[in-house]
Design a protein around this ligand. Structure first.
Ligand code: ZN
Ligand code: ZN
Length: 353
């Protein structure tokens, strides 16, 4: 077995962080859509006054990264260092940084900056900020040895989270949790379409809250269905299949528009279909009768810092176990490809020495 593909529970040694850091770093850089990332030597980034410099320990590979490198998301910063599921240690602070200190373990999520002034920010919906910047999309991210991040958008983490398996919590976990919270609290039977990193985290949250999870994978993906059953799904099947009972809600993580009418047919009266992804193929037309009886469809965009402040302490109660396949930084393209083909179950994570 390729050692890079070993499931790892490797713990980092925070105490071994370098005191001096080099003038250059290595990064996997995205330069144009539908081309591989390029391993590049970059000048060490310097934190702005309200930013920190972070030594990246691990960075998860998310489906959104695939949408970016495939050119499905408009206007990325170019050239770009992708990656928005970062676990790392603060090694330098800008002069206006007040809360974080060198040596702090932090997580850096997708939401990298908001303006605090637009109508969305002012009403507490910073996930919709008109001037938001996103890690690994419009800000350089964590497919690199180091990255900078705005202090106020980093989550301070407890030392037990200093491991590669924590990386998927920063997006798959957070966006999954935000999607989950869109479901009425009394929903009991929950369908998860697309059983990747987000669903594998969310099922643990749902089981903890004694919900019944129905897992939908690509048709014929028996390994994916077995993985879901192992994690506690009460039923697992292909996305075109009908589960044994109606669902109160369904969350779609697979970026496939055809799943919306399929899921609507499975949800009960008053049920909700939540779309957790940033991109989806076109939704085919469908008869009004499957939306009728107060079923609803809604999307989830980004996250707020409150989502993180609620989620991170909450998961320490469960706690969440993530299954990861680890790769060195230089194998980011292989990690993206394995995610694309569904060759891995759980999450792909780049691990840096
Ligand atoms: Zn704003
Ligand atoms: Zn993501």
């Amino acid at each position: 077995m390729n050692p890079c593909l070993a499931v790892s529970a490797l713990h980092f040694k925070i105490s071994q962080m370098p005191i001096r850091f080099p003038d250059y770093m290595e990064a996997m850089v995205f330069t144009r859509p539908q081309h591989p990332l390029i391993l590049t030597r970059r000048v060490m980034p310097q934190p702005a006054p309200d930013q920190v410099l972070i030594k990246v320990m691990a960075c998860g590979v998310c489906r959104t990264d695939l949408h970016i490198v495939d050119g499905e998301l408009a206007n990325p910063q170019l050239p770009l260092i992708p990656g928005h599921e970062i676990i790392g240690v603060v090694v330098k602070t800008g002069p206006q940084v007040v809360e974080l200190m060198e040596g702090d373990l932090v997580g850096v999520p997708w939401l990298g900056y908001t303006c605090g002034k637009c109508k969305y920010c002012l009403r507490g919906a910073e996930n919709l900020c008109e001037n938001a910047r996103f890690t690994g999309y419009t800000l350089d991210g964590g497919f690199a040895e180091y990255c900078t991040a705005y202090e106020k958008y980093c989550f301070r983490l407890t030392p037990d989270l200093a491991k590669p398996t924590s990386a998927p919590l920063m997006c798959a976990g957070l966006i999954g949790y935000r999607s989950y919270r869109m479901i009425p609290a009394n929903a009991l039977r929950i369908g998860l379409y697309g059983f990747g990193a987000a669903a594998s985290i969310l099922i643990q949250v749902a089981n903890y809250q004694q919900k019944r999870v129905y897992a939908f994978t690509r048709d014929g993906d028996e390994a994916g269905q077995a993985f879901a059953l192992k994690l506690g799904a009460v039923w697992a099947g292909g996305s075109s299949q009908t589960p044994p009972e109606k669902l109160d809600a369904a969350i779609l993580f697979a970026p496939v528009g055809d799943l919306i009418p399929q899921a609507l047919k499975q949800v009960d009266k008053g049920g909700t279909v939540i779309c957790g992804g940033i991109h989806m193929s076109d939704i085919p037309s469908f008869p009004y009768s499957i939306l009728w009886e107060e079923r609803s469809i809604r999307s989830v965009a980004n996250l707020t810092r409150k989502d993180g402040r609620d989620f991170i302490p909450f998961i320490s109660k469960i706690p969440i176990l993530t299954t990861v396949t680890t790769y060195p930084l230089s194998m980011a393209n292989e990690a993206l490809e394995d995610l694309r083909t569904g060759r891995i179950h759980g999450a792909a994570v780049l691990v840096l020495p």
